[in-house]
Design a protein around this ligand. Structure first.
Ligand code: B4P
Length: 185
């Protein structure tokens, strides 16, 4: 099983949830650009100030900022044996920049989680109640879904035969079993 894995899916599709489980199972770092950007916003760094204006309306943060952030993270020792990427690359330009910087096999397997739109909105509104994330309101969720369809879905064709499709509806444990099964094949 390769250890350079990308989770791709709509907002609320369970990428972060499944990527964390896989990172524990494989012992390679979980690299979530969403988490990294939220930390930058919370610390009010220069990157955070720039990212915040895009994130609060549900748009993607500019590619150059995100690509530089990921390259810096992957230069750390713990990523030498692999990584679980969550939310990056988010569009074809980021994927090309990543491949140019890290090599064409920098992603061995892409797991695509499928969840219908009604369930996504329900999950994210529930998270809004629990965690208070400012981008989990209905207008921003709709915008993030639109951005996903336009910018991120084309990555499924881009990664071609490296893609494994997984049904993202059900219990978290059941979905994780499906992910592990796909990676084992
Ligand atoms: P992300 O942090 O990636 O946010 P997300 O798409 O909502 O996914 P997340 O991982 O948090 O949620 P998950 O599906 O696991 O991005 C946030 C913003 O950051 C973007 O809009 C963008 O502005 C910016 N950004 C991030 N990466 C970028 C990049 N590369 N380029 C440019 N901009 C970037 O889970 C959602 C909820 O569902 C959770 O509450 C979870 O508990 C629940 N859930 C999970 N599995 C479930 C299940 N099986 N059943 C029921 N609920 C479940």
């Amino acid at each position: 099983m390769g250890r350079r894995i990308l989770f791709l899916g709509p907002p609320g599709g369970g990428k972060g949830t499944q990527a964390k489980l896989l990172n524990e199972a494989l012992g390679v770092p979980h690299i979530s650009t969403g988490d990294m950007l939220r930390e930058a916003v919370a610390s009010e760094s220069e990157l955070g100030k720039k990212a915040s204006e895009y994130m609060k309306v549900g748009d993607l943060v500019p590619d150059d900022l995100v690509v530089a952030m990921v390259e810096e993270r992957l230069a750390r020792d713990d990523a030498v044996c692999g990584y679980v990427l969550d939310g990056f690359p988010r569009n074809v330009d980021q994927a090309r920049a990543f491949s140019n910087a890290m090599g064409s096999d920098a992603i061995e397997t892409t797991i695509v989680l499928h969840v219908d739109e009604a369930q996504i909105v329900e999950r994210l509104l529930r998270r809004a109640d629990l965690e208070g994330r400012t981008d989990d309101n209905e207008a921003t969720i709709r915008r993030r879904l639109e951005v996903f369809r336009r910018e991120t879905e084309p990555l499924i064709a881009y990664y071609g035969d490296r893609v494994r499709r997984v049904d993202g509806v059900g219990s978290i444990d059941d979905i994780f079993c499906r992910v592990v099964r796909e990676l084992a094949e």
